[in-house]
Design a protein around this ligand. Structure first.
Ligand SMILES: [Fe+2]
Length: 276
């Protein structure tokens, strides 16, 4: 899900977790999804101040760089993105091409950092576990939780990527559970369990505490960690993990073109992605 948050008074806006359309077979990148966001922003007369990432996604390519070119705004992500960059710069042997200090982003959030979208106050909450760099954006009475919890009937995000940790995710979710019960929770994905057919993207903290099948508040840490680790062993790698990571650690910019003018992504053979 991509979210647009706007202040009705000033028309200042933020875009959260955008996406490029990437064809895995051909490497063709198109912009239908991102252009829908641009159309909305222009139709409403919004001024984009922030292009926010909840983390470096492993299953889709961010449109952050493209949106910044089209609309302006600052691209921001959690400061621990540098840890993610360090791991993947090694995996893809990109050390000379990709700075591993977050320099590709305009702003790196510290835990509890406060910012504004027009007249609306927003706050960043570090919520690692899925990856080290995951953050939640608290904006007004809403929380954009990225890949932490999903709809109550689907559960939680996987924790088996490099730097992921189920115990850490448990602690992050307990942090989310200290938010007011009525906080509106907006999701990053809905994978739709077998028990329903429609996409959903909004729930509340109280509903999660009472009903989340993985991490309702009565579930103990040990039980959660055991469940999460067992489930992660069964999950395939996301189809777009190889291109996504290489582009997303660059804030959505394509790799520097080779001397023929074409940008390439690398596929590491028999590396960590083949361990599954
Ligand atoms: Fe993710």
């Amino acid at each position: 899900m991509t979210h647009v948050v706007a202040d009705p008074e000033t028309h200042a806006a933020a875009i959260i977790d955008s996406v490029l359309d990437y064809d895995l077979v051909t490497g063709k990148i198109t912009h239908q999804s991102a252009n829908k966001v641009i159309d909305l922003i222009r139709a409403e007369g919004y001024q984009v101040d922030w292009i926010l990432e909840t983390h470096a996604h492993a299953d889709h390519v961010t449109a952050a760089h493209y949106l910044k070119q089209q609309l302006g705004g600052q691209i921001a992500i959690g400061e621990r993105i540098s840890e993610v960059q360090q791991v993947f710069a090694k995996v893809f042997n990109l050390r000379e091409e990709v700075g591993v200090d977050g320099r590709q982003f305009d702003h790196l959030w510290k835990d509890e950092e406060v910012f504004r979208i027009g007249s609306i106050e927003a706050r960043v909450l570090a919520t690692p576990g899925h990856t080290p760099a995951d953050v939640t954006y608290l904006i007004g009475d809403t929380a954009f939780v990225g890949d932490t919890i999903f709809m109550p009937d689907y559960g939680t995000a996987r924790c088996d990527f490099p730097g992921g940790n189920a115990e850490t995710l448990f602690d992050s979710v307990q942090r989310l559970y200290t938010l007011p019960d009525e906080t509106r929770v907006f999701l990053c994905h809905d994978y739709i369990p077998e028990t329903r057919t429609d996409y959903r993207w909004e729930t509340r903290i109280l509903t999660q505490k009472q009903h989340n099948i993985h991490i309702a508040e009565h579930i103990k840490k040990e039980a959660f960690v055991q469940m999460r680790q067992a489930r992660d062993k069964e999950l395939a790698m996301p189809k777009l993990i190889v291109p996504s990571i290489q582009i997303n650690i660059r804030a959505g910019a394509l790799p520097e073109p080779a001397n023929n003018g074409i940008s390439y992504v690398k596929v590491p053979l028999n590396s960590i992605f083949a361990a599954k």
